[in-house]
Design a protein around this ligand. Sequence first.
Ligand code: ZN
Length: 426
Amino acid sequence: MLAPGFIDVHTHDDTQVIKHPSCEAKISQGVTTVIVGNCGISAACALLKGDPPDPMNLLGKRSDFDYPSFAEYILAVQEAAPAVNVAALVGHTTLRNNVMDNLYRPATQTEIQLMRRALRYALEQGALGLSSGLAYASAHEATTDEVKALAEELATFDAVYTTHLRSEFEPILTAMEEAFATARHADVPLVISHLKCAGAGNWGRTKEVLSLMDSAAKGQDIGCDCYPYAASSSTLDLKQVTDEFDIFITWSDAMPEQGGRMLDDIAKSLNVSLLEAAKRLQPAGAVYHCMDEKDVQNVMRYPLTMIGSDGLPNDPHPHPRLWGAFPRVLGHYCREQNLFPIEQAVHKMTGLSAQRFALKDRGQIREGAFADLVLFDPETISDRATFSSPKQAASGIKRVWVNGALAWQEGNQTGQRSGRFIKRKQ
Ligand SMILES: [Zn+2]
């Protein structure tokens, strides 16, 4: 089957596309375009005064943040010549960190004005929109009004607001209402990032969540993305430490030797509680097996849902979504579980995504469109990355072209890196 190249709408590849422009984890899956700058954190427009705060540390070390303006970020991507196309959002947390001495409070009016100016400047230079990560402590104290004020800047550019909700746990409906109100206030399109019902007390609630999506969609332009796994991954958050589901530690700066072990086992060997073990590991990364499979399937099947990997390329033991998300949708969920017809699966990773993010002449096969293409075998396509062995290229991806140049052929990169930076409505 020949499909438009897959668009990974939710990535944290900001520095990866520059430092490791071969982007093998992406191109090997048939991904030809990545959207970076999600969850409130972008390398573009970052002015660090010290080490990157959580969760900006997911994007790299202090020395990896070298793009104080959006234009400088574009230039760095173009000079690196990545294998995939790159488009970028500007992160709310990144803007906060630029202008605030302390992230654990609401921004002042002056700080909001400074953030608005920086955002406007980035939008003029081609940013797709604004992302927020309100669940993280570094943005959690931001008021709804703070975000609304920033969202106002998006309107003149017809740019998008994407959000990692203030909560994906029990208060998820309130968090969704906040996101809808923010986007409605500015009259801009909204994308809810990695929509999920997290936490054992929240399992089974996608019915409510999706019916709320349905009713909001009647009055405003909304969408969402998800990755095809029942486990999430991010930095290790003390608020998410629980014995209700497994937590796997992917890395720890304080105790590097504990990376690759279950938090439960670490706690036992240290002879302390889960929470105390988690405190001692900080800063650290984790995979949380926090979702119910049925909920994951409900969200994936939902018509407004796009596929985004949320892969973490700097993680030494990454969640398998980094290498496997797209083939897993087509192999495991489409062919094996019959979750949806293959045309619908492909639409969720191509046409729908290009339309949502206004990526002109992408996500479709037609005359005049860019030749971002993937040739795959629907009978054999499958993800090979697992939680225990996550850095595995998928099988069944025969060829991948980016802007007309062959980038991947029968399990190997061709060496051609023809990705472009995609500015908003270029
Ligand atoms: Zn997120």
